[in-house]
Ligand binder design. Structure first.
Ligand SMILES: CCCCCCCCCCCCCCCC(=O)SCCNC(=O)CCNC(=O)[C@H](O)C(C)(C)COP(=O)(O)OP(=O)(O)OC[C@H]1O[C@@H](n2cnc3c(N)ncnc32)[C@H](O)[C@@H]1OP(=O)(O)O
Length: 177
């Protein structure tokens, strides 16, 4: 279902269908939304974002990370931004890149440790990040100071660094929302 939704997002973004097709598609989508409406559940029970066994945690908000290496200290993986993430000139939207970094760094920050939340995320855009190209992502825990975890990440198109990020993730205290 989530994979089909990702595909739909990319198709809708890249299409300029005739008006009758737009109407047909809109009606079909409204029907699908109505089909799912009776199955609305609380956050704990929803599938999206809770399936650690699936690429992208089973959510369609951020691009899927395919993990090659993952431990408590570093991540190596691959990310492809679909047409859905197009900003302009075949480059990924500037807001989608922090989204991908937050997903990777945020998950790494909490791997094997008490959950932490993003306090800040600083992103440098070094070169255009292309759409529909498999990119390499690297991330690591740089240092831990008490509840503060400092992580860095980088995104590469081949040998070219397209963006890098530095984030602070603060460990949540017991009962902290
Ligand atoms: C079974 C299936 C599993 C599936 C798999 C699930 C995995 C699931 C993975 C999810 C993957 C996505 C991960 C996304 C992660 C988010 O995106 S989280 C959402 C975005 N972030 C937020 O909404 C955070 C909002 N802010 C807050 O909640 C609070 O401000 C914080 C960040 C928790 C910190 O507040 P606090 O706990 O009261 O901490 P506080 O005492 O103020 O500060 C602690 C220290 O941090 C420093 N600090 C705090 N904020 C800052 C700042 N902005 N700048 C500099 N220093 C700061 C303080 O100065 C202090 O330093 P020290 O004095 O100790 O040296």
């Amino acid at each position: 279902m989530i994979e089909a939704l990702r595909s739909l997002q990319a198709r809708v973004t890249g299409a300029a269908p005739p008006p009758e097709t737009v109407t047909d598609v809109a009606e079909a989508l409204e029907k699908l939304a109505a089909t799912l409406e009776p199955f609305t559940v609380g956050e704990r029970d929803q599938i999206a974002g809770h399936r650690g066994d699936l690429p992208g945690r089973g959510q369609a908000m951020s691009p899927v990370l395919h993990v090659d290496e993952w431990d408590g200290a570093h991540v190596l993986g691959r990310i492809t931004f679909s047409r859905f993430y197009l900003g302009g000139n075949w480059a990924v939207h500037g807001g989608a890149i922090p989204l991908a970094f937050d997903e990777v760094l945020g998950r790494l920050a909490s791997t094997g440790r008490t959950a932490a939340r993003t306090a800040y995320l600083h992103v440098n855009y070094r070169k255009i990040t292309p759409i529909e190209v498999e990119l390499r992502v690297e991330a690591k825990v740089d240092r831990v100071e008490g509840r503060k975890r400092f992580l860095t990440g980088a995104l590469y198109d081949g040998e070219h660094l397209t963006a890098d990020a530095e984030g602070l993730f603060v460990e949540l205290r017991p009962g902290q929302p």
